[in-house]
Each structure stands twice: as C-alpha cells, then as structure tokens.
Design a protein around this ligand. Structure first.
Ligand code: KIV
Length: 268
C-alpha cells in the first residue's frame, strides 16, 4: 500500500482535476478512521452532517448541531495528515444570513477544517461570496440536498426533467461566480452531471452522479458495507473480499482514480 505524503490543499485538488486526475473523497467522522483513510491515499475527508444518520442514528441530517460538527471536525483533524479536511455547515447554521454563515464556518475552520460545505443553489451565492471574500474556501452541494428533504418530498433523484436540469445549470453557474472551489453533485442523472462538469470550471464531486464528475465521494460506512437495509444503487461495498479496512479504502481510491468506480451499474 502506497502512503500518500503530499499535503492536499484546495488549489492542489483544483489542479488535480484540471490535469484529469480524479479526486477520491470519503466521509470521515473520527480520528481513528482519519488515520486509516489518510494512509490509504484518500484526497479529501468530508466531515459530513451524514454523521447524524450513521453515528447518531437519526432519520435525517436535520437534528445535527454545530457543536457536533465542530467536535467531529476536531477529531478528524487530530489524525489527518495529507488529506484535505472539508466540514459541513449543519442545518440552520448558515441559511439566515452571510454573517451567520461566517460565524459558524469560522468555528469549523478553528476546529481544523480547511474548507466548508453548504447546500443550496443561487440563493446561497451571497453567503458563498461572503465566506470566500474572508478567506474561507467553500464547497457547494447541488442535486439532492438532504437538508431540504421535506421540501423535496424524500431522497429523490434531481435534474431528471429538462426544467430541473436547467435549474441545476443556473445554480452551478451562480455558485461558480460566487467562488465555490469544489461542487458536490448528489443523485443526479449521469448525463446531466457529465454535462455540468464539462460546462463549469469548478471540479465536481459526484455521489450517485455517474462517472463523468471530476471526483467521487461516498459515505464511509456505506462503502464498508455497514448500513441498515438495502444499499443505494450507486454504492459499492469495497469491504467485500478486502483483507482490511485500509485495503478496502485503498481499493476505493484506486477504482476512483482509474475510472473503474462508478460503473454504469452505479448510475441513477
Ligand atoms: O453529509 C454527507 O455525508 C454529504 C455527502 C453525502 C456528500 O454531504
């Protein structure tokens, strides 16, 4: 197993995408997994608010608090050496105003995040610009936005109709203009995600968005086969047949980098 030694930075990941190297990202919530994922060569660790579901056992990400996000970010930062650390702004921590977003993003950065992620389209662009203008790199999140679960009526594929694909295009453009430097695309048809990736200068990170993105992210527990019930179609269990967790994660990194994951069978 080849350990990754070069420190991953935001400009470094953007450059990686520009030269055509895929970005391998996984969620991570604690120090022990951070050390393993780092050794296995994961480019970016996302302290996602999915921790409310996979660690807290909640039915959605809505109950997650900023205190929890700060605590888990600090845990991951304690052991991540090479990987870039991205942390989610929790539900209710940024929607009210750019000032609110800045106050909470600053807490994540002080806890060890190197970039923050927030969900939303054009409406969130003023907050993105406010954060970027004050030195905080931002990752956007379009397509399925789990914090908007109740408005969307469930965890559903987004961008299936021409009109919703056009809204995705406009939101991508607005976020790019505001200064996002990475963009997660969740549960978007592969053809739509591929077209968005070709149209924007911002590297895209897909989850259930097909192989045409600049990189991929999965919830760590999903790719290790630890989930209650049936996994989503886009998930591959890398633990199946692997000798260790580190080997499974290294296999994920390799499969993302060489384009073997996601395959057509993982597209929505
Ligand atoms: O919270 C999270 O884990 C996420 C990923 C699903 C992208 O936002």
């Amino acid at each position: 197993m080849t350990p990754t030694t070069a420190k991953r930075t935001v400009p470094g990941l953007v450059a990686m995408a520009r030269r055509g190297e895929k970005i391998a990202m996984l969620t991570c919530y604690d120090a022990s997994f951070a050390a393993v994922l780092d050794r296995a060569g994961v480019d970016a660790l996302l302290v996602g608010d999915s921790l409310g579901m996979v660690i807290g056992g909640h039915a959605s990400t809505l109950p997650v608090t900023m205190d929890e996000m700060v605590y888990h970010t600090r845990c991951v930062a304690a052991q991540a050496r090479s990987a870039l650390i991205i942390a989610d702004l929790s539900f209710g921590s940024y929607q009210a105003s750019p000032e609110q977003a800045y106050a909470n993003a600053a807490r994540l950065m002080a806890a060890g995040a190197e970039m923050v992620k927030l969900e939303g389209g054009a409406w969130v662009a003023p907050s993105v610009a406010f954060l970027v203008g004050r030195g905080i790199p931002v990752c956007g999140h379009l397509g399925l936005q789990p914090q908007s679960l109740h408005r969307l009526g469930g965890y559903k594929i987004q961008g299936k109709t021409d009109a919703s694909a056009q809204t995705l295009r406009e939101d991508t453009h607005a976020l790019a203009l505001a200064g996002v430097e990475l963009l997660v695309l969740e549960l978007v048809p592969a053809a739509v995600a591929t077209a968005l990736t070709a149209e924007t200068i911002v590297p895209t990170i897909g989850i259930g968005a097909g192989p045409g993105c600049s990189g991929q992210v999965l919830v760590l527990y999903d790719m290790l086969g630890i989930y209650p019930g049936k996994p989503a179609r886009f998930v591959r269990n890398f633990m199946a047949g692997a000798e260790s967790i580190e080997a499974a994660v290294a296999a994920y990194v390799k499969a993302v980098k060489n384009g073997a994951y996601p395959g057509p069978e993982h597209s929505v």
